[in-house]
Write a protein that binds this ligand. Structure first.
Ligand SMILES: NC(=O)c1ccc[n+]([C@@H]2O[C@H](COP(=O)([O-])OP(=O)(O)OC[C@H]3O[C@@H](n4cnc5c(N)ncnc54)[C@H](OP(=O)(O)O)[C@@H]3O)[C@@H](O)[C@H]2O)c1
Length: 331
C-alpha cells in the first residue's frame, strides 16, 4: 500500500524542502501539505508537482494555533485517508524575536562562544500573545495544536502491523531552564520558543510510553541553524548574507550550521527510512553539515527524563479537557 505522509508547515522552509526530498526519494508516497494559508499551500503544491508531475500531493488547511481549525482539518484528513504512516509535526513560530546584545557580546568572548552560536542559548527573547482559545500563541502553535491533531488522528495512526511515526521538528534551543512545569505555557517569561521546544521533547518521550503498544512511535529532530522565514524574522536576510562567510568558518567547528533548508531536512528525511522500534526515544536526531558541506545525522541524548515527560503529559491532557469544553460551550 502507498505510504501516506502528512507534513504541517509544509509551504516553506524546512517543511517544503522535506516534501521535495521525500518525493525525490519515493514518488509513490501520498503526500499531504497541512498549512494555514491555502494560497501558499497551493503554490507549494504546484512547485512540488512541477518537479514530480505524477506525484499524489494534497492540501488540507489547518491553523495549528486554533483548536477549531485543527478539529476541522483532522475531520478532512480522516475522510480522505484510511491510515497515516508518517505525521511530521513541523509548523512552528518564533514571534517578535529580539537578540539579547549583552548576552551576545559576553558569550562571544567566553568559552561557550561556539555552543552559543550552535544553540542560540540565552541569545533570543520573544514577545508572545494569547490566542482566541485563551492559550499562549507559541505554546498552542508549536505544541498544543499538534497534540490535538495527533489525538484526533489516532484511529489513522494506530496500526500494529506496520508501525507509524510522529516526527517533531524541535530545536537545540529547547532548554530545561526555559521551561517550568508550573508555567508550561510560558506566560511569565520571555523565552516562549525555547520553552515550547522543551515541551515538545517532553511530550515526545511521554507519547512513546503511551503509544508504542499501539504501533505508533515519536521522535524529535533538530534541523540545525537554517535560513528560512523564521531566521529572517530574527535578522534581515541581507545581514545573514553578509555574515555567511563567518558562518561557513564556524561550520568547521560546529556542524549544526546546516544553513540550507535542504540540509536542515536531513534528519527528518533520515527518520523516514528508519525502523521506529530501533530509535532511541530519549535522543534528539540532529541534522548536521560538515565544513565540506556533507550532510549527516547525529543522535544526541536529551536533557530530560521519563518522569518529567509523564507529568507534562498529565498536564496537557488536563488542558485538552478544559479547552475542548470551552470550545464546545462556544458552539
Ligand atoms: N530555521 C531554523 O534555524 C530552525 C531551527 C530549529 C528549529 N526550527 C523549526 O523548524 C520548523 C520549521 O520552521 P522553518 O525554519 O522552516 O520556518 P518557516 O519557513 O517559517 O516555516 C514555518 C512553517 O510553519 C507554518 N506555520 C506557522 N504557524 C502556523 C500555524 N498556526 N498553523 C499552521 N502552520 C503554521 C508556516 O506557515 P506560514 O508560511 O503561513 O507562516 C510555515 O509553513 C519550526 O518548527 C521551527 O521552530 C527551525
Amino acid at each position: 500500500m502507498r505510504k501516506v505522509v502528512v507534513v504541517t508547515g509544509a509551504n516553506s522552509g524546512i517543511g517544503l524542502a522535506l516534501c521535495e526530498r521525500l518525493l525525490s526519494q519515493d514518488d509513490q508516497i501520498r503526500l499531504c501539505l497541512v498549512c494555514r494559508n491555502t494560497e501558499k499551500a497551493e503554490s507549494a503544491r504546484s512547485a512540488l508537482l512541477a518537479s514530480h508531475p505524477s506525484a499524489d500531493v494534497g492540501v488540507v488547511r489547518v491553523d495549528v494555533g486554533s483548536l477549531s481549525s485543527v478539529l476541522q482539518g483532522a475531520k478532512i484528513l480522516k475522510e480522505r485517508y484510511k491510515q497515516i504512516d508518517y505525521l511530521y509535526l513541523n509548523a512552528g513560530i518564533m514571534p517578535n524575536p529580539q537578540i539579547n546584545l549583552k548576552a551576545f557580546v559576553k558569550g562571544l568572548f567566553s568559552r561557550k562562544a561556539i555552543s552559543m552560536f550552535a544553540t542560540g542559548e540565552g541569545l533570543l527573547t520573544q514577545q508572545d500573545s494569547v490566542t482566541a482559545d485563551g492559550l499562549q500563541e507559541v505554546f498552542e502553535t508549536n505544541v498544543f495544536g499538534h497534540f490535538i491533531l495527533i489525538k484526533e488522528l489516532e484511529p489513522l495512526l494506530f496500526h500494529m502491523d506496520n508501525p507509524s511515526q510522529l516526527i517533531w521538528t524541535s530545536s537545540s534551543n529547547a532548554r530545561r531552564s526555559a521551561f517550568s512545569m508550573s508555567d508550561y505555557q510560558h506566560r511569565q517569561g520571555l523565552e516562549s520558543y525555547s520553552s515550547s521546544k522543551y515541551a515538545t521533547d517532553l511530550l515526545s518521550v511521554a507519547l512513546n510510553r503511551h503509544y508504542n503498544k499501539e504501533g505508533l512511535y515519536s521522535s524529535v529532530v533538530c534541523p540545525g541553524l537554517v535560513m528560512t522565514n523564521l531566521t529572517y524574522g530574527i535578522l534581515p536576510s541581507f545581514f545573514w548574507t553578509l555574515i555567511m562567510p563567518i558562518m561557513w568558518l564556524i561550520r568547521l567547528f560546529t556542524n549544526s550550521f546546516t544553513i540550507s533548508p535542504y540540509n536542515g531536512a536531513e534528519a527528518l528525511l533520515w527518520l523516514f527510512s528508519q525502523r521506529p522500534e530501533s530509535l532511541d526515544p530519549l535522543a534528539k536526531y540532529h541534522s548536521c553539515t560538515s565544513g565540506f558541506g556533507d550532510s549527516y545525522v547525529t543522535p544526541v541524548k536529551m536533557d530530560l527524563d521519563d518522569a518529567s515527560g509523564l507529568s507534562f503529559y498529565e498536564k496537557i491532557l488536563d488542558l485538552e479537557k478544559q479547552v475542548r469544553k470551552r470550545v464546545d460551550r462556544g458552539n
